[in-house]
Design a protein around this ligand. Structure first.
Ligand code: N01
Length: 552
């Protein structure tokens, strides 16, 4: 890699080895690892601080649905021994503080440009480098790494009359930094995905009236959130090495849990119900891990879905509301199940009503109301919990031009195509962290982020040591990988839901199952084997002299 060279334009910005887009967890760890290799790195972040998804998603009740002791970095033992998580599921402000702590602890901020969007990245085939335009400046870099996050492009549906609405409109994925006070207000929430399900109980407790506009009912299990005790923290810490290894290697989703050895239909109904009840009582995402075939076998899936539907009927007092809240159009788990605190019980409050916008879609937003089914529901403020253009949305906003000037958007017009979710053929030296075609959103994101960052860093070290100046996925390897990702998805119940995993929530977006279902352990092994075979499936060019690591 060429050493940083001064330029008349702006010496600080002109050249570096690697441009990283995004300063969420992926961008932070990348910067740390790549610095360790002696590479010069510039990180561009459109927010004003680090944290990525946790910087933007500040809505009331926002917290992680993966337990804190597991949703945290493992790369530095001192860090994981010293940071004190306060609750079983960390609230958003605490996760954001953690991201800030990591940035300070490893002195990362000085290489991050905040409030700076990357507008374009164009590959120069002759010099085998990228020209990146960000915040009006131009920087050239041998490599670009997209650490843009899977759920960072908030989606706002265009309802008729939206511009006429007189109250404040908030999006859960783009929440204001200053406190929002709903006291005394009539609030409307549109959407009933994870963000809505977390925020609805909190908003209901504050607002005078809450109207929830639901298109699709979702499965949710109680979080059973609670403060973490010193003993609980300590039991993780003393065994972190082994627990982290298990998360990485033995678990499909990167979350340590008891691995089921049987399918739902292998147990008699009574035992099955006991097992579901036990998981319902202990709470959390691992509900789907009661049996090993819940996302594979429709009949097995029905048993878990029926259990949750019964729970909803038990909790929600008004039978009509309970019926509306019972999901009936997709297998449980084919959309990410939600983890809540008092979600269903919130509909027993006298100040909360549920409106079925599947039967009666929103016709229009009026200055002080939402019209559905010919009826006007008066609201003073609107909360759009309408989700994200997931996995590809943030990448699509950047003009990325690879070989022959082809844009990534054109190449992905029929759906994203990658090799291992890490690179796309025709775009040399462009890496994606937790990209489509990798386990990413089906896993504990931090486990997947660390794996990708380590793989990318090792790859860049390999290239530097051998004087390799470009790496690119071959079309053949990519085709094979895409076929494999699709084949695995087709063998499950996932494609049966109109989910954001499928791109189905964005009108016009090609519907293709984007994450890789093979599991983080198996996937890690594949990635390691590819690297061990001198990056099998990638083409490399060597024109530069091997360069030793800085300082050596
Ligand atoms: O978004 P969603 P989210 N008219 O897409 C509805 C992660 N997350 O922000 O299902 C009416 O799930 C839409 O209806 P439908 C987590 O991975 C994690 O809630 O398309 N309604 C749906 O109900 C999660 O899966 C945490 O019919 C419209 C809702 O809006 C992912 O983020 C916390 C509509 C969108 O639900 C996304 O969750 C929060 C329209 N035009 C989120 N358009 C953690 O705990 C959309 N909807 C880590």
């Amino acid at each position: 890699m060429a050493a940083a060279q001064p330029s008349a334009q702006n010496p600080a910005d002109a050249r570096c080895d690697v441009v990283v887009v995004g300063a969420g967890f992926a961008g932070l760890y990348l910067l740390h690892r790549l610095r360790g290799l002696g590479l010069s790195v510039k990180v561009y972040e459109q927010g004003s601080d680090v944290g990525g998804t946790w910087y933007w998603n500040r809505y009331p009740g926002a917290r992680c649905d993966v337990e804190s002791m597991q949703y945290s970095f493992s790369f530095d033992d001192q860090l994981q021994q010293e940071w004190d998580w306060s609750e079983r599921y960390a609230p958003q402000p605490e996760i954001l503080r953690y991201a800030g702590h990591v940035a300070d602890r490893f002195d990362l901020r000085k290489d991050i440009r905040f409030d700076t969007r990357v507008d374009s990245a164009v590959f120069d085939e002759r010099h085998k480098q990228w020209t990146v335009r960000a915040g009006g400046a131009t920087v050239t870099a041998q490599h670009v790494v997209l650490a843009t996050g899977c759920l960072s492009n908030a989606r706002t549906p265009q309802f008729r009359g939206m511009a006429d609405f007189k109250g404040n409109v908030y999006h859960t994925g783009h929440w204001p930094h200053e406190p929002v006070d709903f006291t005394g207000l009539r609030v409307g929430v549109i959407g009933t995905g994870s963000s809505a399900i977390q925020s609805i109980p909190v908003i209901a407790a504050q607002a005078a009236q809450l109207t929830v506009f639901q298109r699709t009912a979702n499965f949710s299990v109680p979080a059973r959130n609670a403060p973490l005790t010193d003993e609980e923290r300590q039991s993780w810490r003393q065994d972190y090495k082994e627990l982290r290894r298990r998360a990485r290697e033995d678990m499909k989703n990167g979350i340590v849990q008891v691995v089921p050895d049987r399918g739902a239909l292998d147990d008699p109904e009574e035992i099955r119900r006991e097992k579901y009840a036990a998981r319902w009582s202990s709470g959390g995402l691992t509900f789907m891990g009661v049996y090993n075939n819940l996302v594979l076998d429709g009949r097995a899936n029905d048993t878990a879905a029926d259990f949750i539907r019964e729970k909803i009927a038990e909790i929600v007092e008004d039978p009509k509301t309970a019926k509306l809240l019972q999901p009936n159009d997709h297998p449980i788990g084919s959309k990410r199940i939600c983890v809540d605190t008092d979600y269903y019980a919130t509909f027993n409050r006298p100040n909360v009503q549920l409106v079925d916008i599947r039967s009666h879609p929103i016709e229009q937003i009026l200055p002080h109301a939402v019209r559905s089914g010919g009826k006007d529901y008066e609201v003073d403020a609107l909360v759009l919990a309408t989700g994200f253009d997931a996995m590809t949305g943030s990448v699509a906003k950047i003009e990325i031009r690879g070989r022959g000037g082809e844009t990534l958007n054109d190449k992905w017009a029929a759906g994203p195509r990658t090799y291992l979710g890490l690179m796309s053929a025709g775009f040399p030296n462009l890496f994606i962290v937790t990209g489509p075609g990798s386990p990413s959103v089906l896993s504990n994101m931090i486990v997947s982020i660390e794996q990708h960052v380590d793989w990318i860093a090792d790859c860049l070290g390999y290239m530097r040591d051998r004087g390799v100046d470009s790496i690119e996925a071959t079309h053949q390897a990519e085709d094979k990988w895409v076929a494999h990702v699709n084949e695995v998805a087709e063998s499950t119940l996932y494609p049966q839901a109109n989910s954001w995993y499928m791109g189905a929530n964005i009108p016009g977006k090609p519907q293709i199952f984007m994450p890789y279902i093979g599991g983080v352990g198996a996937y890690r092994q594949i990635c390691n084997e590819v690297a061990a075979k001198d990056y099998e499936g990638f083409a490399m060019t060597v024109t530069a002299r091997p360069r030793a690591a800085a300082g050596s």
